[in-house]
Structure formats: C-alpha cells, structure tokens
Design a protein around this ligand. Structure first.
Ligand SMILES: C[C@H](O)CC(=O)C(=O)O
Ligand code: MN
Length: 347
C-alpha cells in the first residue's frame, strides 16, 4: 500500500447523512430538514443521497428506535428536492421486506443498498432479485467486514454479484479497521469480482475514517460513502466536505463542489445536529473492541439508566462478538454486569 493515490480514480460518492446520520439524529429528521439537506447535497454534485431510518427500511421500532416521521415521507421529500442526484435507501433483509421496498420505489428511490452481516450474503439473493425486478440500481453491503479476512469477503461479494449486485461494499461498521485492513479487503474484492464495482464505507471510531477511505481508493475502490460533518453512528463516518477537499487536492474530484459542501456542513447540517460525533472514550472502545457502531448511543443510554459504565458494556459486547440485529444483547449484558457488581459488593 502506498500513500501516493497513484492507483486511485475519482470515485462515485454516496452521501448517507440522511440514513447513517439518522443514528446520530436519533431517527428524528423532519421533512424540512431532509428537504434542505437533500437540496444542498444535490447542488454540490453527489451521485446519490441515502434516506431511511438508520437501520434501514422498516427500522422504526422499539428495538432500533422510533422515527419521528415516516421514512416514506422523508424519501418523497428528498426526491422532490433533488434535480439530479439519485435517492437511495438501505434495506436489511429481515428488517425491511418487499412491502417497504415497493413503497420506497413509489416514493422515489432509484437505488437500494442491501446490507447483510459479512458472513450472510446468501440471505440477500431474494432481495437483489426484487431490486432488479423493480428496476433499481442494487448495491450490496457486507457489514462488520473487519471480522473476516479478505479472501472470505471476496467469496461473499461473489455471491452478491451473482445475485445481481451492481456494486459490493466493504463496510467497516465498527470503525475497527486500520488502513492496511481496508486496503486488503477492497483489493480482494477488486481481484475477485468481474462485473460489480467495489465500494467502501468507513466509521471514525479510531479516527481513521478518512485514512481508511483513502486506503480503499488506493486499492481501487470505485465508490465511497461519506456524510456531512461525518454525522453518523459511533464516531461518525468520513466527513463529506473534507473528503471533497482532499479528493480535489489529489486530482480525484468526481465533480463535487467543495465550497457548496463546506456551506452545507456549516449552515445546513450544523444548526440541527444533535451532537458532533467524535472518537470519545466509548466510541474508541467500539473501534478497539470491534463493536457495531450503532450500539454506541444504546449503550450510553442503558448504561446511564442502570448505572453501568457504557465502556464495560461495549467491551463485553465485543468479547461476545455481537453483530447487527443483536441490540437486545446490550440490555442483557448491562443487567449481567450490574448483577455481577452487586454480587461482588455483597461478598
Ligand atoms: C444498518 C447499519 O447502520 C449499516 C451501516 O451503515 C454499517 O453497518 O456501518
Ligand atoms: Mn455505517
């Protein structure tokens, strides 16, 4: 791996402020917020804008947190606000179904990203079939990709390609990768896939979202994700306005307007952000222990309610190798830690 970016090409950039950022926004986006953000992103030249509950279509629930506004209304609002960018949604098989996908198409999506745990690409076959039948650009998301080696991920990506994926992403859901990890995984997919493009989605828990995105580009990534101000789960994602400035300096700008993005980050997202994600004590623990980034706010809340250190909860979840969909483990682990502590005090 080199840092020259000589092998990199201008990537397709997908913004997920209105989907991954929904985790940080506790799924409370309003239609007016979505309209303003989607319009600003469209005018700044991003290829696609992902809009959905943070956990994908159908995610609004007691397990993942209720959305303030129905996501179909948010998708429609985004679609009405863009002149050029594609509107996309995320779907996790088991959470989202054909019903939600069909409604999202009617609301205006042109692309769906189908996300599975990186060991379970085989459960996505039917969903890629539906996406293609509905005329969508179809993208595969191999989540928690730090948990498996490059050659294993390449096999999973081949499955998604065989189901019809146009792009397959290495998703560093835990923000646990070092640049060499991102590089090796993207490289393996580039070498294995014959038709599908390769993408990379970063989280900043170890402060490496930008570095890992550049490593992915050096490895040949065709698509990359980012969010305004890195607004996303855990310590957030690669910050879009920073990525645009860096790509521009490196001669790799795919057509993004750097100054429009700086304004969008500062004046459109900035005033409504619930908080600025950054690698704080608990977020670094997530990257260090390889825990799903979306567990951060749940662990902080449950830890506060029960008087248990969120860092201890997150480290234990890492030890148990919890993955997406196992949000119920957070409360269970917290209760066990509390019980253990009470037992130790009684002894
Ligand atoms: C549903 C997740 O938030 C998808 C994602 O962005 C990730 O795994 O990272
Ligand atoms: Mn993410």
């Amino acid at each position: 791996m080199s840092w020259t970016l000589k092998s990199a090409k201008p990537p397709v950039v997908v913004d997920t402020t209105l989907r991954d950022g929904s985790h940080a926004h506790r799924h409370q986006y309003t239609e007016a917020e979505v309209r303003a953000i989607a319009k600003a992103l469209d005018e700044a030249g991003v290829y696609a804008i992902e809009v959905a509950h943070g956990d994908g279509l159908g995610g609004s629930s007691i397990q993942y947190g209720f959305s303030r506004v129905d996501e179909m209304r948010l998708i429609r609002a985004a679609r009405e606000s863009v002149a050029r960018a594609k509107v996309a949604a995320l779907l996790l098989p088991g959470i989202g179904t054909r019903k939600e996908l069909k409604e999202a198409v009617e609301a205006g999506i042109g692309m769906v990203r189908i996300a599975t745990q990186c060991t379970e690409a085989d459960i996505s076959e039917q969903h890629f079939g539906m996406a293609k039948e509905m005329g969508l650009e179809a993208v595969g998301f191999l989540m928690m990709a730090h948990m498996r080696p490059p050659e294993f991920l390449a096999e999973q990506a081949l499955l998604m390609e065989s189901y019809g994926a146009d792009v397959v992403y290495i998703v560093d859901s835990a923000g646990a990768m070092l640049p060499q990890d991102a590089y090796a995984r993207v490289r393996a997919l580039k070498e294995a896939l014959s038709r599908a493009k390769v993408g990379f989605h970063a989280h900043n828990n170890l402060g490496l979202a930008m570095g890992n995105t550049l490593a992915a580009l050096e490895a040949g990534a065709d698509w990359v994700d980012a969010t305004l101000r890195g607004y996303g789960a855990g310590a957030g994602n690669a910050p879009l306005e920073v990525l645009a400035a860096v790509l521009d300096k490196a001669g790799l700008n795919p057509g993004l307007d750097v100054f429009k993005l700086l304004d969008a980050a500062e004046y459109v997202l900035g005033p409504i952000q619930h908080f600025q994600p950054f690698p704080d004590r608990d977020a670094v623990a997530i990257g260090y222990a390889g825990v799903y980034s979306t567990f951060l706010l749940h662990a902080k809340r449950i830890g506060k309610e029960l008087g248990v250190d969120p860092l201890a909860i997150l480290l234990e979840l890492g030890r148990r190798q919890a993955v997406a969909g196992q949000e119920d483990w957070i409360l269970r682990v917290a209760l066990e830690l509390k019980e253990k502590e009470a037992g130790a005090l009684a002894d």
